[in-house]
Design a protein around this ligand. Structure first.
Ligand code: HEC
Ligand code: HEC
Length: 504
């Protein structure tokens, strides 16, 4: 009967609800799929070339610390008054021609945004200029000689503390930059996420980091090319900073060069400045934490690729002229005095004492870095990767001096010693009372005579260089002196030895 086709009012309502539910479900599913596509991706910008991968590839540090690319661009313009000079360059970041990101910064699409943060190269890549007028040449795996980590952090913290760090101001600055580059404003959805969440969150993160690293305020300035390696780790472990012994509160060190890691591994060298770890794999993994990765967030494949590449990466040859005759006179002097501790030459690292630790009383250099690394740190480090099977650290140990490392690429490792307290190789061959008491760091013009960077320039084009004072705690330029260390050689012998070290 026709009646059966006619729905009662109740049935009609139910049927209507049914279609609405289906429609909502479809929209929700489509919307969900779109949101997952839009905000769920996790894809690094990749590089086929290993060198590019080292300079710009992602190790996963963006997962924890990623700054949205456009905010990274906006900060130095919005807070120009908080930087020591113009742009990111003024804290020593190196920009290659045609790149918007500096060497040492990677990019990844994560949670719907292009986010950027750091990789190994921001501490392990630097520049050299032949003269003040030459273009800087980038050398990877050398110490980051121009980069001032602390000035960078100081800037970030200052932005976080500033009342101008509001969604409105940041988004307006982004719009200005994009307009200048011929781009439309950010998509509405991005602006909404940043306005109601992203920018507040980022500011919170910056301030949290500032509070964590509060103890750094008490340390003398590091200047470019240096960092305190292990005290930040104590903050990570929540050691109360005010209860640390006075002697362990400063651990400022020079960035080292990191080429030829394979031979260091084969010869089982104890490395880091104090020789606290014999395992290359662990040194790399703990280094990766320096970029901001944590055990769950690291990109292991990417890190392995960097580590493999560093195994056979050779130190770059000295690019200026070498007096072959003079260098040949230096070779036997090196062999007699230095080879036992520093290896047969710049390519063959074999030697009785290489990779071993010289007790502090004997080497006599500044002991702060040594004392900053304590037994408590070693023990706690062994817990960091505890849930990750074989990745757990098991080789860190407390030592009692500094390690004998090979001198490959010695010419690029200035200033010298673990705290970077001696500007040139020639100065290192003088007894400490004849080494410079103050000098400037961060400048990249090369001093071919003394071998190191020119260290008496205080300022160039508005960038001020850092005045290193050997009287500050942690900065002593004493030690590595006496007959065995070449400081009693004649001036002519020292010149010959320095010429020979150019070939390393
Ligand atoms: C925050 C700056 C920083 C970052 C980022 C960094 N390093 Fe280092 N690296 C250092 C410093 C400083 C040392 C010296 C540590 C010490 O002994 O105090 C070092 C030491 C090393 C060493 C041991 C060198 C030796 O011969 O003793 C290796 C290998 C190394 N880093 C590799 C890497 C790799 C690979 C990465 C990226 C995954 C990386 N580093 C990221 C600062 C950094
Ligand atoms: C008994 C072992 C020993 C002898 C001999 C020795 N050194 Fe060293 N050398 C060391 C140690 C240990 C360090 C690290 C000290 C520190 O940084 O506090 C070092 C550091 C250096 C550095 C700085 C490396 C850098 O990256 O900053 C240079 C350069 C150097 N030595 C050159 C020489 C020369 C040249 C000779 C020979 C005239 C020589 N050394 C003799 C043990 C030795």
């Amino acid at each position: 009967m026709a009646q059966s086709k006619v729905m009662s009012p109740a049935q009609r309502i139910l049927s209507r609800i049914g279609s609405i539910t289906v429609a909502i479900l479809v929209v929700a599913l489509l919307g969900g799929a779109w949101l997952i596509g839009r905000f769920g991706s996790d894809t690094p910008v990749g590089y086929t070339d290993d060198l590019e991968h080292f300079k710009y590839g992602s190790l996963g540090s963006e997962h924890e610390f990623g700054v949205p690319y456009w905010i990274w661009r906006a900060l130095p313009e919005l807070f120009a008054d908080k930087l020591p000079g113009k742009g990111w360059e003024s804290v020593g970041f190196v920009f290659e021609k045609g790149k918007n990101l500096p060497v040492g910064m990677s990019q990844r699409r994560y949670l719907g945004f292009d986010v950027v943060w750091l990789n190994c190269a921001f501490c392990h890549a630097g520049t050299v200029r032949e003269t003040a007028r030459s273009e800087p040449k980038v050398y990877t795996a050398m110490p980051a000689n121009t980069f001032d980590f602390r000035a960078f952090m100081r800037f970030l913290f200052a932005t976080g503390e500033d009342r101008r760090f509001t969604p409105r101001n940041v988004l307006r600055q982004i719009k200005v930059i994009r307009q200048r580059e011929g781009l439309d404003d950010l998509p509405l959805i991005d602006r909404l996420v940043l306005r109601f969440y992203g920018i507040y969150y980022m500011r919170e993160r910056i301030l949290t980091l500032r509070d964590r690293l509060n103890f750094l305020k008490e340390q003398p300035e590091w200047g470019p090319g240096r960092v305190d390696t292990f005290n930040p780790l104590k903050a990570y472990f929540n050691f109360p900073a005010d209860q640390l012994a006075k002697e362990e509160r400063i651990g400022t060190t020079d960035f080292p060069s990191i080429w030829n890691q394979g031979q260091r591994e084969t010869l089982k060298m104890n490395l880091h400045w104090d020789g606290n770890n014999v395992s290359l794999e662990e040194r790399n993994r703990s280094a990766a934490m320096g970029t901001g990765i944590t055990p769950p967030t690291g990109d292991r494949r990417s890190l392995k690729r960097v580590a493999d590449w560093l195994r056979d990466l050779a130190a770059p040859p000295y690019p200026f002229s070498i007096n072959k005759e003079l260098a040949a006179q230096g070779a036997p002097i090196y062999k007699r005095y230095c080879a036992e501790c520093h290896g047969a030459d710049g390519k063959d690292f074999r030697g009785e004492q290489v990779g071993k630790v010289v007790p502090i009383a004997q080497i006599g250099t500044d002991r702060r870095r040594l004392d900053s690394y304590t037994y408590d740190v070693a023990v706690n480090q062994n817990l960091i990767f505890a849930g990750y099977g074989e990745e757990r650290f098991s080789h860190f140990r407390k030592t009692f001096g500094y390690a004998n490392s090979p001198l490959d690429g010695a010419w690029l490792r200035a200033p010298y010693l673990h705290n970077g307290s001696v500007p040139t190789l020639r100065d290192l061959l003088e007894p400490s009372d004849k080494r410079p008491k103050t000098f400037y760091r961060g400048y990249d013009v090369y001093d071919q005579k003394e071998v190191g960077f020119v260290s008496d320039v205080s300022e160039e084009n508005g960038r001020e260089y850092f005045r290193y004072n050997t009287e500050e705690p942690g900065n002593s330029n004493q030690g590595h002196e006496g007959k065995r260390y070449g400081t009693e050689l004649s001036a002519a012998e020292k010149d010959a030895l320095v010429e020979y070290l150019k070939t390393f």
